[in-house]
Design a binder for this molecule. Structure first.
Ligand code: ADP
Length: 502
């Protein structure tokens, strides 16, 4: 049985995983890059080890260092969180070689579902309907033209190794095809070291609806209902909710069954998510599978009443699922907002920097999964997610009112965030009525973004003026040593075991 867990991740998800470990009485080991020395996940863990310089490929993506720390610390299991190594099939392989339990699916499941073309082939064989398009990679421009002639515009060109919306292009016009084909390929090569792409039909008025599944080693597969993730920017989720306003009981049952069949087709073990694209006629198509814990898992936890990390650990221990499909219910409604250090008015540009002041929302029906504190410097090296705010209510309306109230309470100064932008979304009629699709942000840009009162030139001048004012101020005021003085060291002193710091 697992006794000591190394969490191969950082930020909010590392803390989230460690919380469940603590409740289970397991010892936790954090790993951190040199940029994360003062990160809360380092303080939260029972032990913490530096694994390298700030760039991810030299630290959080460095399998050798992580396995070495696991061995040195005596961790018997590794939880990958999401992102980083969580969907790299080499990672579970290396864990198995080292005699360490990987809290997640097998290398085979990850490899099959991780390559989108292989996943499409596998799902088609299993009788799961995929988005119409090719089930092979397209290398030649001539081939791309032939496929588009056959399936018709609009289409999506997508990277086989895709993720994070990279290497993806929507083609509505024949004249754009070759240009987008080339840019998708080069972006895919840059991001994934693999330029294979495939083409699928663009589904109009798309809704992104996904199903949470859990599968054990004994052949039991269940689903924990759906999450609606259609509020997206750059094809990436910003707000998620469950139940989905689009869903009907019949469709839920059917899609849940298909999701379980999809997981079974790859002998899945652990927590995973089957993503679907659904159109306005409620026709649904398999999009992809995420073979890990999702960023948006807390809304399912709240509504279904299940701790998904504890379930992952139980499954990794080889125990059978005790949850039964027929006993699961959706209780009330939950919404999650992703809080990013980014500037919605400037193409959602990341805004690393020092958090000067933070007031975290609390109160009935609010969950907060975060990792920053006053004086903390958000590093420029990683995803700018600061926290996740989750609201719950007996009804969608109550959940939404609580989210609006929580966003109002949430104050962060020092870095720009998307909090105001999210607050505006809460008041858009289409969101209030639950009648939206993935075009929501584009369709409501007039009310969501700050109107530009003058041209960009005028705005640039204003930014320069602010910057000069800022420089003058910091010349006059002694800079506060935030990170050193305001960050409490209580956890270090209280730690039972030694902390290895470079
Ligand atoms: P990634 O793995 O890069 O995140 P996905 O395949 O999961 O890419 O797609 C991300 C988002 O892009 C979807 O949630 C959806 O909004 C949009 N999308 C992807 N494929 C299609 C499609 N065929 N039709 C319409 N929208 C799509």
């Amino acid at each position: 049985m697992i006794k000591k867990v190394l969490v191969a991740n950082r930020g909010e998800i590392a803390i989230r995983v460690m919380r469940s470990c603590r409740e289970l009485g397991l010892i936790t080991v954090a790993v951190f890059s040199e940029a994360d020395r003062k990160s809360l996940h380092v303080r939260y863990a029972d032990e913490a080890y530096c694994i390298g310089p700030p760039p991810s490929r030299e630290s959080y993506l460095n399998i050798d260092s992580i396995i070495e720390v696991a061995k040195k610390s005596g961790a018997d299991a590794i939880h990958p969180g999401y992102g980083f190594l969580s969907e790299n099939p080499k990672f579970p392989e290396r864990c198995v070689e080292a005699g360490i339990i990987f809290i997640g699916p097998s290398a085979y499941s990850i490899a099959t579902m991780g390559d989108k073309v292989t996943a499409r082939q596998t799902m088609t064989k299993a009788g799961v309907l995929v988005v119409p398009g090719t089930t092979y990679s397209i290398t030649e421009e001539k081939q791309a033209v032939e496929v588009v002639n056959e399936i018709g515009l609009p289409v999506m060109i997508k990277a086989s190794a895709g993720g994070g919306g990279k290497g993806m292009r929507l083609v509505r016009n024949n004249n754009d095809l070759i240009h987008y084909f080339r840019t998708a390929k080069s972006e895919a090569l840059n991001a994934f070291g693999d330029d294979s792409v495939y083409i699928e039909k663009y589904i109009e008025s798309p809704h992104h609806i996904e199903f949470q599944i859990l599968a054990d080693r004994h052949g039991n597969v269940i689903h924990l209902f759906e999450r609606e993730c259609s509020i997206q920017r750059r094809h990436q989720k910003v707000i998620e909710e469950t139940p989905s306003p689009l869903m009907t009981p019949l469709l839920r049952e059917e899609m849940g069954r298909v999701a379980c069949a999809a997981a079974k087709a790859v002998n899945y073990e652990g927590a995973g998510t089957i993503e679907f694209i659904v159109n306005d006629n409620l026709e649904y198509y398999f999009l992809e599978m995420n073979t890990r814990l999702q960023v948006e898992h807390p809304i399912t936890e709240r509504v279904v009443g299940v701790d998904l990390v504890k379930e992952q650990i139980k499954i990794a221990n080889g125990l059978p699922l005790t949850l039964k499909q027929e006993n699961l219910r959706q209780d009330g409604h939950a919404i999650q907002c992703r809080i990013y250090a980014e500037d919605p008015d400037h193409d959602f540009m990341p805004q690393p920097g020092i958090i000067r002041q933070i007031t975290v929302p609390l109160g009935l029906g609010v969950r907060y999964d975060g990792y920053v504190y006053e004086g903390y410097e958000i590093p420029m090296y990683y995803d700018p997610l600061i926290s996740k705010l989750i609201s719950w209510g007996k009804t969608r309306r109550e959940s939404l009112d609580r989210m609006r109230r929580a966003l109002y309470e949430y104050k962060i100064t020092g870095v720009k965030t998307n909090i105001k932008f999210l607050e505006r979304i809460m008041d858009v009629p289409a969101f209030l009525e639950g009648k939206y699709n993935t075009n929501f942000i584009e369709n409501n840009k007039e009310v969501l973004f700050t109107p530009k009162k003058c041209g960009t030139e005028c705005e640039d001048m204003a930014m320069i003026a602010c910057f000069i004012d800022y420089l003058e101020k910091i010349e006059k005021v002694q800079p506060q040593k935030f990170t050193e003085d305001l960050a409490s060291n209580w956890k270090d002193f209280g730690r039972k075991r030694s902390v290895l710091r470079l």
